[in-house]
Design a protein around this ligand. Structure first.
Ligand SMILES: [Mg+2]
Length: 300
């Protein structure tokens, strides 16, 4: 599990680097070592998968404080978990360290097991926080910001590899009626059930997000429009057969689909087109799936 965590250790003392590398590797971490701050900055500019930095303070050329200051100035490195590991044990030094928003401050000499435990704790806290930042708390799906980001990355990827993908906008029909009739808790139950259905029926390589109240946004990777329509129609046929919660609530949804590259390559364009197609579904009687097509806006 921890094997996937990569720790960058920065220290001018080679003996200390060797000791830390050995202890951290033995505990299952991947370790990158650096003898000075300039070299560490170069590593950070080239690698974007460092999960923790453990850094000495007293180093020639650029000391740990200056190194930390530079990381804080850079949006790409600002939020990487960071621990000072130093012989400077004065309270004033520790206060100075924590003022630089470090996650921990450990003094040398140290107990290797304690260092490992503290490093693990820092990484796990950041991991939990990152997870929380991208998750919709009710459904456990990606939240709006996260699904937008993932789709943006996917669009860049398919451009590079000449692939296709489809963006699906899903909106539960008459959701206000569900809330008004059965209460908001029952309404939440419908959202949770639809989220579960999407997770079960779609591939785990697809991206699924809750976009707004009763709106969901899905990215079907490597899927052209014709197949996407079939996939979403199948989802709808399962959803409309579900009897949700104690009240056995029956629901349907309206969906719209736009595909890349045929309908565009920008997230905003595709999302707008999928949304427009979804509105055509609503207008034509709900409970259906509409692929976006040129001139189709005329139906609105
Ligand atoms: Mg030193």
């Amino acid at each position: 599990m921890e094997g996937r965590y990569r720790i960058l250790v920065v220290d001018d003392d080679r003996g200390m680097l060797m000791l830390l590398r050995q202890k951290l590797r033995k505990a299952g971490f991947e370790v990158v070592i650096s003898h000075n701050s300039m070299d560490a900055l170069r590593i950070l500019s080239e690698e974007d998968n460092i999960d923790l930095i453990i850094c000495d303070i007293m180093m020639p050329e650029m000391d740990g404080y200056e190194f930390r200051r530079r990381l804080l100035d850079n949006p790409h490195s600002r939020d990487i978990p960071f621990i000072f590991l130093t012989a400077r044990a004065d309270p004033a030094d520790q206060v100075k360290g924590f003022r630089m928003r470090v996650d921990d401050y450990i003094t040398k000499p140290f107990q290797p097991d304690v260092l490992l435990a503290r490093a693990r704790s820092v990484i796990e806290r950041h991991e939990a926080y990152r997870e929380m930042m991208i998750t919709d708390s009710l459904t456990g799906l990606l939240n709006r910001k996260a699904i937008e980001e993932r789709i943006g990355i996917e669009l860049k990827r398919i451009q590079r590899y000449n692939e296709v993908c489809s963006i699906v906008f899903i909106d539960i029909d008459d959701f206000k009626h569900v809330n008004d009739t059965y209460g908001h808790e029952a309404g939440d139950g419908v959202l949770v059930e639809l989220a579960g259905l999407l997770r079960r029926e779609l591939r785990n390589t697809d991206y699924i997000g809750r976009y707004g109240g009763e709106e969901f946004l899905v990215c079907l990777v490597n899927t052209g429009k014709a197949v996407a329509v079939k996939v979403v129609e199948r989802l709808l046929s399962v959803f409309r057969e579900m009897a949700i919660g104690e009240d056995a609530i029956r629901c349907t949804f309206s969906a719209g689909i736009a595909s890349a590259p045929e309908d565009g390559m920008e997230f905003d364009v595709l999302c707008r087109k999928a949304d427009e197609a979804m509105y055509i579904s609503k207008k034509e009687g709900k409970n259906r799936v509409t692929p976006w097509q040129e001139g189709g806006e005329g139906h609105l």
